[in-house]
Design a binder for this molecule. Structure first.
Ligand code: TRP
Length: 362
């Protein structure tokens, strides 16, 4: 499937501004802490584009830990993965001076707005979400959690609180974004115009990566075998080995051809995505050479790329004091924006505002 990028944001003049200030149009996105490590497909397909958006937009990027408890989880693992997620964003180049980087559960307004939106969401509307249908298919709807059912409503709250212009997500999240827009519109017409209708910014799959062992399938956490997926944080020696053992195709010619040569094409895509050189460049460089040569060089390219990323991530994880400061700043910036929206919403829907006692008088 070819990716569409609708509503490509018009470039704005770059203008440095503190996170949370209003000088640049806002973008917002979240990533779930559901794996030990980003894989190369996440990095190339999403996180790298978040980094680029920092130049012209004012980003809010968060680790969606509350979404991660909609399916079974282990508390220790969740905590570890949340910190790893944040460290990897920093290692990838998300800059806390330009972007608010935070953990979803640190900003209570997400769950609070989600509750209000639950009251505006139809049961049938939520049930139609294909991700819910897919994820609940295995054990049956009765075994799925209410959290999994309400997942898209929490996602709508994540987004609407910040009134972002654009939400960079993968194609699989498009339906959730449509629900978000529907809910925003419903709220705005039932009450007062409160929410901006966010535009999807569907990430271009410029380089769609495939499983190294089964190159007709997407490289993905849920469907790839350990040998088929390149994890950004695993030992680079293992990564090199995986690439050298990648499945290649019959014949001997090195050329890009997704139908006839999915394995070779995948290696060429990886080389191109990480070096910025075109696929044609690598085809030319490898004319008349052997699959083994290609695998060896792609392994080197990947190792050169992941090693510094991994080192930086491990450094951030070692310096947890710094990491926690970054997340506290992010939550402050995000929390101020989110709470202002929430207060507005509470007022519109008819909640009585509590008497605010000053700390001194309490
Ligand atoms: N559901 C998104 C995913 O799995 C993650 C996410 C949660 C998100 N809240 C969000 C993405 C808000 C964009 C905006 O990829």
């Amino acid at each position: 499937m070819s990716a569409t990028t609708e509503q490509q944001p018009a470039p704005q003049t770059a203008q440095p501004a503190a996170p949370g200030s209003g000088a640049r149009p806002r973008v917002l996105s979240g990533i779930q802490p559901t794996s030990e490590s980003f894989h190369l497909g996440n990095y190339v397909g999403a996180v790298r584009q978040w980094v680029d958006l920092q130049r012209e937009y004012q980003p809010f990027f968060f680790i969606a830990d509350q979404h991660a408890i909609t399916v079974e989880w282990d508390p220790k693992v969740l905590r570890e993965r949340t910190l790893r997620g944040a460290a990897q964003l920093l290692a990838a180049g998300v800059d806390p001076k330009r972007s608010a980087i935070f953990v979803q559960s640190h900003v209570p307004a997400h769950a609070q707005l989600a509750w209000v939106l639950n009251g505006l969401t139809g049961f049938g509307e939520a049930r139609r979400m294909t991700q819910f249908k897919d994820k609940s298919a295995k054990g049956g709807e009765g075994a799925a959690s209410v959290g999994l059912f309400a997942y898209p409503v929490l996602m709508a709250a994540d987004i609407l609180l910040y009134r972002p212009h654009f939400v960079p997500v993968g194609e699989d999240q498009r339906q959730h974004l449509e629900l978000t827009r529907d809910l925003a519109q419903r709220f705005n017409s039932r009450f007062k115009k409160t929410f901006r209708l966010p535009e999807p910014y569907i990430l271009k799959e410029t380089a769609k990566l495939y499983d190294l062992q089964d190159p007709t399938r997407k490289m993905s956490k849920s469907s790839s075998s350990p040998g088929g997926i390149i994890e950004m944080l695993e030992d680079p020696k293992r990564t090199a080995k995986k690439i050298r053992s990648a499945v290649t195709d019959s014949g001997a010619e090195i050329r890009f051809d997704l139908e006839e040569k999915p394995g070779v094409s995948n290696l060429l895509t990886i080389a191109s995505a990480l070096t910025g050189q075109s696929v044609a460049h690598f085809e030319e460089a490898y004319a008349g050479r052997m699959y083994g040569d290609l695998k060896k060089e792609v392994a080197e390219i990947v190792v050169d790329f992941v090693t510094p990323f991994r080192d930086r991530t491990l450094e951030y994880l070692d310096d947890q004091a710094y990491l926690m400061e970054v997340l506290a700043d992010g939550a402050d910036t995000a929390g101020a924006v989110a709470e202002a929206t929430l207060r507005d919403v509470y007022q519109q829907v008819g909640f009585v505002a509590p008497l605010r006692r000053s700390a001194a008088g309490a």
